[in-house]
Design a protein around this ligand. Structure first.
Ligand code: NAD
Length: 289
């Protein structure tokens, strides 16, 4: 219940996350003005057709003018340059946030451009699908999901609270943590699993004695569930690995070690090892939902 925490939200980037935010904000607070900008004219025109923004502008500067919340919802590699471009046009006391899947790199790229009269509260919704673009969004994407915030020390608590209120209005739960810790947690829960899924599809692609049509036809037994996330947007995931390098390499190193141990157990016919391992991992997996 209650008044909208922002009057005017500007969405920079009009893909899955931004369009879902617009639908969710509209559903909760129809009075909020939503403006948008995306680099490609085709995306801007699609967004005008769908109609989830009150106005789609042809520049980021126009989109952020007068906004009391600005959301960077572009691939991580594009954020620094955009921040520099919009900085002179941000309203006094505006809240600036982003939705990037990696946090320290965004803080390093965006932070230096943030004017002193603007409150920068980096964020990451733990919600997504393997679809992208302005048509992919829907209002319930963030329902009951976590939305992590990684503000640096000294940021105005009132700005954080207003963003938390908006996020709650979209149906999500918020938590705060330090950016570097966020990046390590996400390397385990999201980034490494995506890389491993991509790898498994690559393995299937490089086989010669099993055909592509057999992989597609018989993919129910593991491959389909396991590799769904390998259909995700290539630009977004390139940027995730380029910007969360250290944490991802740490987790992948550990993954490789575990894999070698299991590989050896199979080679040695060590059934006890395999059974014990799967018993432990089943208990952990069953604890999730
Ligand atoms: P998307 O591919 O659906 O949309 C990206 C949008 O950014 C598009 O509208 C594109 O036109 C625009 N864009 C790209 N480069 C630009 C530039 N230089 N200037 C202006 N606009 C530009 O992507 P998405 O899934 O909405 O992801 C956006 C951000 O959200 C990424 O940083 C990603 O890490 C993060 N994120 C994604 C997911 C997910 O599962 N998809 C989940 C959480 C966070």
């Amino acid at each position: 219940s209650g008044e909208a925490p922002f009057r005017h939200v500007a969405l920079i980037g009009l893909g899955l996350i931004a369009s879902s935010m617009a639908h969710a904000i509209r559903a909760r607070w129809p009075e909020v003005r939503i403006t948008g900008y995306a680099r490609s004219e085709a995306t801007r025109n699609q967004t005008r057709e769908i109609g989830f923004c009150d106005a789609v502008m042809d520049s980021a500067a126009e989109a952020v003018a007068g906004a009391d919340l600005v959301v960077l919802a572009v691939p991580i590699g594009a954020m620094g340059e955009l921040a520099a471009e919009i900085a002179p046009h941000l309203a006094p006391d505006a809240v600036l946030t982003d939705v990037g899947s990696v946090k320290q790199a965004v803080i390093d790229a965006v932070g230096p451009h943030v004017p002193t009269h603007v409150h920068f509260v980096p964020g990451h919704p733990l919600a997504g699908t393997e679809h992208s673009g302005p048509r992919a969004g829907f209002a319930s994407l963030f329902q009951n999901r976590w939305w992590l915030l990684t503000p640096e020390e000294g940021v105005d608590p009132a700005a954080i609270e207003r963003l938390q209120a908006l996020i709650a209005g979209m149906g999500a739960k918020t938590d705060q943590m330090e950016a570097g810790h966020h990046d390590l947690v996400l390397a385990v829960t999201s980034h490494a699993p995506h890389l491993i899924a991509y790898t498994m599809v690559g393995v299937a692609d490089h086989l010669s004695r099993v055909t592509e049509s057999e992989v597609i036809q018989y993919s129910a037994a593991g491959f389909r569930d396991f590799t769904r996330i390998a259909a995700s947007d290539p630009t977004m995931w390139r940027d995730v690995f380029l910007t969360n390098r250290e944490a991802t390499l740490d987790i992948l190193g550990r993954f490789t070690e575990e894999l070698f141990v299991l590989q050896r157990a199979i080679r040695m016919g060590d059934g006890k090892h395999l059974h014990d391992y799967f018993t432990r991992t089943r208990a952990i997996r069953r604890g999730i939902i």
